[in-house]
Design a protein around this ligand. Structure first.
Ligand SMILES: [Fe+2]
Length: 420
């Protein structure tokens, strides 16, 4: 195993362990440049009392985030969170993922990133005394690098039932589309952005993740608006597919997870590839059969939980609708593992992508893209590849949505009650 392969293998081990620092970071160092934040920061997977701050630096560095708050007396003096690994060592690299914790519901926080370029540490240069590290420049950053807006966020409050969010999907490495869809006036009021898969054609390398869509998304969210990511089938492809969670960590270390806003419970489902493991296209390097089996057990436990049952609303995101689109063994298994569980889960709504055209399927209406007669007990909204889906949940229990195109033109608001 060469050094690069070893680093990659280590990265995946750590990524699978949950909330840990990333290692799948490229080692291309801009030797003569001043240190800077080259991508991000973006806020990921905000739920409960935690959020992850992710960014990249152009040179290998150690990093930390200092968090302070005027609302939360526990943070009246700033607290520092390090980019550390479970081994107890600070991560030295270019991709930094820092989990902030013990944050209070409904409180606002400011944050400041500090990065220290690591030139050498004592093991790497002869004659250095034990513990000695050569740091280069130190950079402090309390504003989003592109627009200099202050870095801040507000934690969700379980007592607030009014929620709004934006969904984009199937961007397929067209950053201009992501930029057009997210640079809308109404984004500033969004509680979160959800990326519903197929943001790239393939996870080929690190630069395409950012050039293809994530820089556009991050610039729209400017380190203030939280982001969630539901993986699509195209995120399952390419050399960097394995390192997906390094760049987009979740609280449970899985690509399927849950989160709560107000009295709405959100479920993110991931069926993986749209083709069976034994297909020629998957090429013998996928094991989504085991993946789905494990996810299905997790899903059964989630829908039986008190938190899920007691929520006023239950909304599912899934890039591909998680049920049979044909009658072959692979599709039948998906139906058993997901549809049969979700049909008994009293869902309000499922939001999907994948078909590149927007359409709506009412409860108990045949799903038009399925070759067999499939209906669900809940409505499904499929967002297109050239639309942002805006969803608003009101404190009167209403759920409404609209599609907004790249020019910012919106459809009429549609009331979910008319689809049930
Ligand atoms: Fe897709």
């Amino acid at each position: 195993m060469d050094r690069k392969t070893f680093l990659k293998a280590v990265s995946v081990l750590f990524a699978n362990a949950g909330m840990v620092s990333a290692f799948a970071t490229n080692l291309n160092i801009e030797k003569d440049a001043a240190i800077k934040i080259s991508e991000g920061p973006y806020l990921l997977s905000m739920d409960g009392d935690k959020v992850c701050v992710v960014f990249m630096t152009n040179k290998r560095a150690v990093a930390s985030v200092a968090v302070s708050s005027q609302d939360d007396k526990n943070f009246s003096k700033s607290k520092v969170f390090f980019d550390s690994s479970p081994t107890g060592r600070k991560h030295i690299g270019t991709l930094h993922t820092i989990w902030l914790g013990n944050l209070a519901a409904g409180k606002s926080y400011s944050y400041k990133i500090e990065i220290k370029e690591v030139l050498e540490y004592w093991e790497t240069y002869k004659g250095a005394k034990y513990g000695a590290t050569k740091f280069g420049e130190i950079l402090e950053c309390d504003a989003y690098p592109k627009n200099l807006k202050p870095l801040k966020f507000r934690m969700p409050d379980s007592k607030e039932s009014e929620i709004s969010f934006i969904v984009v999907n199937d961007i397929h490495q067209s950053p201009k589309t992501a930029q057009n869809l997210l640079n809308l006036q109404n984004l500033t009021s969004a509680d979160f952005i959800l990326l519903n898969g197929d943001m790239l054609n393939t996870y080929q390398n690190e630069s395409i993740i950012f050039n293809g869509f994530m820089r556009a998304v991050s610039d729209a969210a400017y380190g203030n608006i939280p982001i969630f990511y539901a993986r699509g089938n195209h995120e399952c492809r390419g050399k960097y597919a394995e390192a997906f969670l390094d760049y987009f960590p979740t609280q449970n270390g899985k690509t399927y997870y849950t989160f709560v806003r107000g009295d709405t419970f959100f479920l993110v489902i991931d069926v993986g590839e749209d083709k069976p493991d034994n297909s020629g296209e998957c090429g013998g390097i996928t094991d989504f059969d085991s993946f789905q089996r494990e996810e299905s057990e997790w899903l059964k436990a989630v829908v039986e939980s008190r938190e899920f049952k007691d929520a006023k609303h239950r909304i599912v995101f899934s890039h591909i609708p998680p049920f049979e689109s044909a009658s072959d063994a692979y599709n039948r298994a998906i139906g058993k593992r997901f549809r049969e569980v979700l049909d008994e889960a009293n869902l309000d709504l499922m939001i999907c992508a994948h078909w590149h055209k927007r359409f709506i399927v009412r409860a108990n209406e045949k799903f038009p893209k399925s070759k067999i007669d499939i209906t669900t007990k809940y409505p499904i909204v499929i967002n297109g590849n050239k639309d942002a889906l805006k969803v608003e949940i009101g404190d009167d229990s209403s759920i409404r949505f609209a599609f907004v195109n790249e020019k910012g033109e919106s459809t009429e608001w549609l009331d979910l009650n008319n689809l049930r």
